[in-house]
Design a protein around this ligand. Structure first.
Ligand code: UD1
Ligand code: MG
Length: 499
């Protein structure tokens, strides 16, 4: 079968990147010929948060971002976002994304929000207008494409998306006539007990003929339980005016999950995570336990990488083929090279781990660090703004900050770069092949020359020339017979004989 729809839900690229571009390849941009308004002005009262609802993070990007990506993936343009609550912050978060913004101040309901975008709606009278609530992160591009196609072929004034739920909860109900045609959408708070039993709900996604929509919007009145201008009242108004309204029912009711509370945000996150892991596994990534693996929307994972249980990958992290990450690892905005391994309980932020390197267990790699090819950072080691050269090792209990470490260097257990004098940070330079003995403090600024040795337990305050041995500790003194004399003086016997 020559199916037009190539993929559904999240599509993994070669690098396993999230691509919600699951559009119908044969339904071209011109076939959709739609422009869009996304509603994002609401306060999100039920989140009980100072942050605008649409900015709450979901898989590492704002809630609204999921809707924007899905609409953009269909080539629908222009896209106008209606903003109101924290308008500046929302606009700033989406600057440079090719979106237009319209302010709705104050937000008086979803119908009022579309009214605020009236001029944008009227600007394209011949084209379909897609209106999407900004709080629907699980909506798939394929479903939007179906809605647009049904609207185009059905010739209705409006086509809305519905789903059937076991528990219709707070959603608006799709009320139908005896012949099955739509009569109206009734909000839960305004519904009669009989209407509340309707399980078909309005998903908050609509295709409109702009002219018909504008006529109906002008008639909206806030005469309802919430005192708001409901976009959903447009449906009943169009029907009363003798217009046709069609409904497309989505098969996957999850797509209509509107995020109105933290609980719904968490439910959406869980589903998106599952979809993300499924897409990655389909592209060849090994995921030991998808239930406990978190891969952000902008993360890339190549085929044949393995993510072990409780791995969290965030931001613009990349994991290359053959790398093994976890268990219990969090990586943010970092790159893990081919065949590298990040062992149990590590935190990596804004750093680069090159091919074949090994990190952890229990390592903290802070921003601007680079761990060279086949280098090793072991347990209880912290790196900050440090470049560890190829094949170098810091296997145990060290803090290396503001340091440039050449290749083939061995850093003994307990080595500390004293990079901060209380006011300024100072650099440490350790050149190729140097050997730093255990429990050394390197008091920066300082340079350890190529191939130099530092004796264990040293406090190094002066540069060490290449090839030299530096001893920076008090000379040991052994006093023969001292212990025996002390015991005798105290009237005690041999060691171990009482106190
Ligand atoms: C809305 C629908 C309901 C549907 C549900 C699906 C209305 C009246 N009700 O209810 O039928 O079942 O979505 O999830 O439309 N917004 C604005 N300006 C406003 C108010 C809201 O831009 O003045 C935005 C919000 O930011 C949000 C979207 O519109 O992104 C939906 O608003 P919300 O308050 O979540 O509507 P629901 O009560 O979920
Ligand atoms: Mg909602």
């Amino acid at each position: 079968m020559n199916r037009a729809l190539r993929c559904y839900g999240l599509r993994a690229t070669g690098a396993g990147r999230l691509e919600p571009t699951c559009y119908d390849q044969n339904v071209s941009k011109s076939t959709h010929d739609a422009h869009a308004v996304i509603l994002a002005a609401g306060k999100g009262t039920r989140m009980k948060s100072a942050r605008a609802k649409v900015l709450h993070p979901l898989l590492g990007v704002p809630l609204l971002d999921h809707v924007v990506r899905t609409v953009q993936s269909l080539g629908v343009e222009p896209i106008t976002v209606v903003v109101g609550h924290q308008a500046e912050v929302v606009e700033a978060a989406f600057a440079g994304r090719g979106l237009g913004f319209v302010r709705q101040d104050p937000p008086l309901g979803t119908g009022h929000a579309v009214q605020a975008a009236r001029e944008r709606v009227a600007a394209h009278p011949e084209r379909t207008l897609l209106v999407v609530n900004g709080d629907l992160p699980l909506l798939r591009a394929e479903t939007l494409a179906r809605l647009l196609e049904a609207h185009r072929s059905g010739g209705a004034a409006a086509t809305l998306l519905s789903v059937v739920l076991d528990d219709p909860a707070e959603y608006g109900r799709v009320v139908r006539e005896a012949d099955g045609s739509v009569r109206a959408v009734v909000e839960n708070k305004d519904a009669s007990p009989e209407q509340k039993r309707i399980r078909e709900i309005n998903a908050g996604i609509y295709a409109f003929q702009p002219g018909r929509l504008l006529e109906a919007l002008a008639q909206l009145r806030p005469q309802n339980a919430q005192g708001e201008y409901y976009l959903t009242d447009v449906i009943g108004l169009l029907r009363k005016a003798g217009q046709r309204v069609n409904v497309v029912t989505a098969a996957d009711s999850q797509e209509a999950l509107g995020v109105n509370s933290h609980s719904e945000l968490a439910a959406a996150a869980r589903i998106l995570r599952q979809r993300r892991c499924q897409a990655l596994m389909a592209s060849g990534v090994g995921i030991e336990d998808p239930e406990t693996t978190f891969v952000g929307a902008e993360v890339e994972v190549e085929a044949d990488a393995v993510l072990r249980a409780f791995t969290v990958l965030e931001g613009r992290t990349k994991v290359a083929a053959g790398a093994v990450v976890g268990p219990f690892v969090r990586i943010v905005d970092s790159s893990v090279g081919p065949g590298a391994q990040i062992l149990d309980h590590c935190l990596l932020r804004a750093c680069v781990v090159e091919e074949g390197a090994s990190v952890g267990p229990f390592a903290h790699i802070r921003p601007e660090s680079r761990i060279g090819a086949k280098a090793k950072v072991g347990n209880f080691v912290e790196l900050k703004k440090t470049h560890l050269g190829d094949g170098s090792k810091a296997p145990h209990l060290s803090y290396i900050g503001d340091a440039t470490v050449g290749p083939g260097v061995n850093i003994g257990a307990g080595t500390i770069t004293c990079n901060y004098d209380g006011t300024h940070k100072h650099p440490t330079r350790i050149e190729a092949g140097a050997f730093v003995g255990s429990d050394t403090t390197l008091i920066a600024p300082i340079t350890i020359g190529e191939g130099a040795y530092i004796a264990a337990g040293s406090a190094i305050t002066e540069d060490v020339p290449p090839g030299a041995l530096a001893l920076g500790r008090a000379r040991q003194v052994n006093k023969a017979g001292w212990a025996e004399a002390r015991r005798a003086k105290a009237g005690k016997g041999k060691p171990g004989e009482g106190r």
